[in-house]
Design a protein around this ligand. Sequence first.
Ligand code: ATP
Length: 383
Amino acid sequence: SERDLRPDDPVAVALDGVTKRYGETAAVDDVSLRVREGEFFTLVGPSGCGKTTTLRLIAGFEATTEGTVRFGGESVAGVPPEDRDVGVVFQNYALFPHMTVGENVAYGLKFADPPGGVTRAERVAELLELVDLPDAADRDPESLSGGQKQRVAMARALAPGPDVLLLDEPMSALDARLRERLRVQVREIQSELGITTIYVTHDQEEALAISDRVAVMAGGTPEQVAPPQTVYREPATRFVAEFVGDNNVFTGRVVDATGEADDLAAGDRDEPTGNGDADDSDPVGIDVDGERFRIGLGDRAGESPAPGDRLTVCVRPEDLRIDGERNRLTGTVESAEFLGETTRMTLDWRGREVVVRARDPLSGDVTVGFDPADAHVIGVETE
Ligand code: ATP
């Protein structure tokens, strides 16, 4: 579903050093971002991280305290929302109840002529077609489902042919199944128009599913801006590792930085031969509370951690394999949730919580292991 964005695609919206303060609080704190033309870009993060304020600054509902917002390279400081060529959709539909669906969409053309030289009626029909509600023009908005209402709200926002579509938690009032359907539809509409879209959600799964790139925000600042796969597989910070999906984060001390020595005789551990072989990208040995693990460095190999350094690493639950042969640890099942496709279990391992997924629920002591290449290094702290 992802479009092939290139780093040299033109920038549609840029933020440079943008800060928004309310009294002492910086709701948005020194944010610099580039959103490319045609990109589906998502701001995701927990409540209060500054997503909505960032979107409102882009829309022009708020003025920046510091920094610059640019559309197509031009500063929009002082330009009111209606002159920014943006279409905005909010959480709570905001359809006019006393107007038909068609009149609601036509309202989007109140301050602008329809693009492409068509009549208003033709434009309304075009948009209802686009959002897959071709026969809804005469309907009462109250007769629509939540998902249909949001599609009408999108049609209204898109009616004047804006350059940029801004969506603020448009699905948060809908139930899970409807949200999943609507996000596919939103993505299809966006792709069909090729319109630059900035989307706000607190739902990390939704963000991964729908976006070309996501900015994971905390405390008013993006911690990582990257495509969904990168954010998931190579989280830049501990916060991102823990906010996006389930993750197991450990910090250990480097005990062997050569990548060659065989694993250390941990006594009760029965390492198969081949552990420590050089098929991983420069694995190092770390010690976490007396247990030794080999960790592939991936793109951190250049940092050459030395013995004594502290390495923070994460391993996804799906990469902890039951009876895996390398990097084994044994924990006790504390809880098991059957989710259908998999069962999510929490193990107690030396007082730590380790999340594991397997097909069927297990109980008692469980041994899992992971491949050094499946661990991702988040941080290296030198002594
Ligand atoms: P949510 O998902 O809960 O809406 P958010 O990530 O969108 O959260 P914002 O709404 O942007 O976060 O708010 C960021 C911070 O700025 C919060 O601490 C919030 O209380 C504060 N804030 C936002 N708007 C105002 C305002 N108008 N006046 C004072 N403080 C504000």
